[in-house]
Ligand binder design. Structure first.
Ligand code: ADP
Ligand code: SF4
Length: 724
């Protein structure tokens, strides 16, 4: 231990003004166990009204869609979050990360856009925080073409053929000045909290602190004290510039999970906090890099960061905020009582349920829409499009479609008395029935099976995906309390049934089925005889089929299914070959930041990985199969694989036969009082669970907009202002 630890004190009890728990809102029935979550917390010169803290999170809107962004943040504030922060905000064109849409504060022309957000937060009593960011070698500056800067000469983190140059003293002075100016502008824009950012391996101060990226021999390199100098200077500059009115927050990754070669919570991470213990007004601590900070539920449970960040409060008396995908108020209370953190930080739980704090406050804990830990929200940032969420279909749609996560107007006009039949209770049908029920429609939800949940009944049983059932549980819980919704299980619907019942509006949400002939992205024509006894689809596996070992999985789908089945089979003791034309297994999970973990886990389980190869032929050899493979790059490198069984994970067909039959019998609609028949979710076009939930929600929102103008752009857009 290099430095004497600060005395552990509780910032709440140290200040007599904070002894009394914040009283529940009048007329509410908050469980007194959760009172502690509603205590105010002082952060330097400002006070957060409670301990619910939306930490910075990217959203694919940023400087490109500021009105949409402000509306999204405003909904969080309305939902009760005491603090609502931006995503990372670029402070200079020398550190921009186009094409991603982050925040931008290059000069005062960016202030009007940022004010939209601070106004939206203040309207609901939340503090607004801004995460000022200088990316160092973590950006190639693709848009500005400025040369990135780092403590030492280094290739940038991206694969772009770009190197960051080593900063000289003048560069250091420039960045300090840009940061100081940005802090002043942030205060002018109305922010209450200003960040100095050294998290995730992305912020320049982190690059100075870490020996891996700092090879300097001057007073900014060498000893830890020297490597921390730049961060210390930025904190001091920021306090000096805005500390009178704004709380100064430091976000620091206390562990890079790289072992002794990097920063670890046991050594340098702890020492940095101890050295700067009382300097910031709040410590926001986490784990680097982002994929370690936002681990999916498949690889980490609620509270997973506690063992890494748990020491922080023992070396500082300043308040501490941390994250861990907390959705349970009991876990939140425990984290505070055990002295792990003072404020419950949340990105994903606040995305899945912007009203999480209010629901706890109002004794509606059972209504929390719990994050499932799938990281579909992260894909928006990576793909440079507005954020989306599996659990919360309104996320990212607050401004452009005017969708609120908790409120939908009752159906009005000529459709007000229409009855609805929703056929199929997968994620699309469940959300559609729930949202229609919320709108006051008389709904019947008919499901062929004995349980509600559709595809999720099987998918959530795959290794690590149990939390995906929250999509079902949340909706079923709501539906069962709606007097205007009738649920009919064991009710396979045929066209005659539908027409006999006489519902006015019919929604077919009958899902999809996997093909097992190899047709997919790589092969646009069938390739395998699906009647072979050794050939299976994922649906066969879900139906109870057990493939013989060794089993080959051909994954031309590239999301979770192929890798999850490989894990399931390997855990069951089968010899598994995972074959894919992609260069990595489950390649699209790069977007959810899971790919490396999936590939690592499969390797640890002994799964044989065959990447960048396509299936070209399958022949029966005795009781087994011989699979011919080709490199996707050249036919000169064919190979064969002998196996006992083959599972094809290539594409799904919509189960839309019922919809087609109803369309074909349109002549009977009038007498049956049917006004419309729509196909929704996977039955229309198979996709993610998030897409199915969204489709169900959208159909419910558009219930009274039948026959809208098909030529009109269906949402608001933020148009680019032409500057002279
Ligand atoms: P989505 O993802 O679009 O919600 P799923 O495949 O998860 O689709 O769910 C579709 C559901 O529809 C399944 O639970 C299935 O049992 C049910 N279903 C399919 N055909 C019928 C039918 N004719 N009548 C009633 N339910 C059906
Ligand atoms: Fe949670 Fe998934 Fe929604 Fe992200 S997309 S907030 S991980 S439920």
């Amino acid at each position: 231990m290099l430095f004497k630890p600060a005395q552990p004190t509780n910032p709440m009890t140290a200040d007599p003004t904070f002894r009394h728990a914040h009283a529940p809102a009048p007329g509410t029935t908050r469980d007194p166990r959760f009172d502690i979550l509603f205590e105010p917390v002082r952060i330097g010169p400002v006070i957060a009204k409670n301990r619910f803290y939306q930490v910075p999170h990217c959203n694919g809107m940023g400087h490109g869609r500021p009105a949409a962004l402000a509306a999204m943040r405003g909904v969080k504030a309305e939902g009760g979050w005491g603090v609502v922060c931006t995503e990372e905000v670029e402070i200079s064109p020398c550190s921009e990360i186009a094409p991603n849409f982050e925040g931008r504060l290059w000069d005062d022309r960016d202030l009007p856009a940022l004010r939209l957000m601070t106004d939206a937060c203040h309207e609901h009593g939340a503090l607004a925080g801004i995460e000022l960011m200088f990316n160092g070698y973590a950006t190639p500056n693709r848009y500005s073409r400025e040369i990135p800067m780092a403590p030492s000469h280094l290739p940038v983190r991206h694969l772009d053929p770009v190197q960051a140059r080593a900063m000289d003293k003048r560069d250091i002075g420039n960045v300090r000045r840009w940061h100081r100016n940005a802090a002043l502008h942030a205060r002018e824009a109305g922010f209450d909290l200003v960040y100095v950012y050294a998290g995730h391996d992305l912020g320049l101060p982190m690059h100075f602190i870490s020996r891996r990226t700092n090879r300097r021999s001057d007073e900014y390199g060498g000893s830890l004290e020297n490597r921390v100098r730049f961060l210390r200077e930025l904190i001091e500059d920021t306090k000096d510039a805005v500390g009178d009115r704004c709380g100064v927050v430091v976000r620091l990754a206390v562990d890079q999970l790289l072992g002794p070669g990097g920063i670890t919570a046991e050594s340098e991470g702890r020492d940095v906090i101890a050295m700067l213990a009382e300097l910031p007004d709040l410590w926001d601590v986490n784990i680097a890099d982002w994929s370690n900070d936002s681990v999916t539920a498949r690889f980490a449970d609620e509270g997973y960061q506690e063992r890494t960040i748990g020491f922080v409060k023992s070396v500082t008396s300043r308040p501490v905020v941390g994250v861990g995908r907390y959705t349970s108020p009991d876990a939140m209370v425990a984290a505070i009582r055990r002295g792990v953190m003072d404020l419950i930080g949340a990105a994903r739980p606040s995305i899945a349920d912007p009203f999480l704090p209010n629901k706890i406050d109002q004794g509606r804990v059972d209504e929390i829409r719990e994050c499932i830990g799938c990281n579909i929200c992260v894909t928006g940032d990576h793909l440079c499009v507005p954020i989306r969420c599996t659990q919360n279909p309104t996320m990212g749609e607050e401004w452009r479609r005017g969708w609120h996560p908790e409120r939908i107007a009752p159906v009005h006009g000529r459709h007000a008395s229409d009855t609805a039949l929703v056929i199929g209770a997968g994620p699309a049908g469940l959300e559609l029935a729930r949202a229609l029920g919320q709108r006051g429609v008389e709904v019947t939800l008919a499901e062929a099976g004995r349980r509600l949940g559709g595809r999720l009944l099987h998918e959530a049983a795959l290794p690590g995906l149990a939390s995906w059932m929250r999509v079902v549980d949340h909706r079923v819980h709501q539906l069962k309390r709606m007097p205007n919704v009738t649920i009919a299980l064991d009710s396979p619907m045929r066209a005659d049934d539908v027409l006999d019942f006489g519902f006015n509006r019919v929604f077919v949400a009958t899902g999809s089925r996997w093909r097992k002939d190899g047709l997919g992205r790589q092969h646009r024509q069938p390739l395998v005889d699906p009647t072979l006894a050794q050939v299976f689809s994922p649906d066969d596996i879900f139906g109870g089929a057990v493939p013989a070992s060794p089993v080959a999985i051909y994954d031309d789908d590239h999301y979770v299914m192929g890798g999850a089945l490989a894990e399931k089979f390997a855990r069951a003791g089968l010899e598994v070959h995972l074959v894919t034309p992609a260069s990595k297994v489950s390649e699209w999970t790069e977007m959810t930041m899971e790919q490396a973990r999936i590939q690592g886990r499969l390797l640890e389980l002994g799964v044989h990985l065959h990447t960048a190869v396509e299936l070209v032929d399958v022949t029966v050899t005795g009781a087994g199969l011989t699979i011919q493979l080709n490199s996707i790059y050249t036919t000169a490198r064919p190979s064969t694989l002998g196996c006992a069984s083959l599972v094809l994970v290539t594409m799904r067909d919509p189960c839309d036969e019922l919809w087609r039959e109803l369309l074909a019998r349109q002549d009977r609609w009038h007498e049956a009082a049917v006004r419309s028949v729509e196909c929704v979710g996977d039955a229309c076009a198979p996709g993610t669970v998030a897409a199915a939930v969204y489709a169900g929600h959208k159909a419910a929102r558009e219930f009274d907009a039948v026959g809208g103008d098909p030529d009109a752009v269906p949402f608001r857009r933020e148009m680019i202002r032409i500057e002279s």
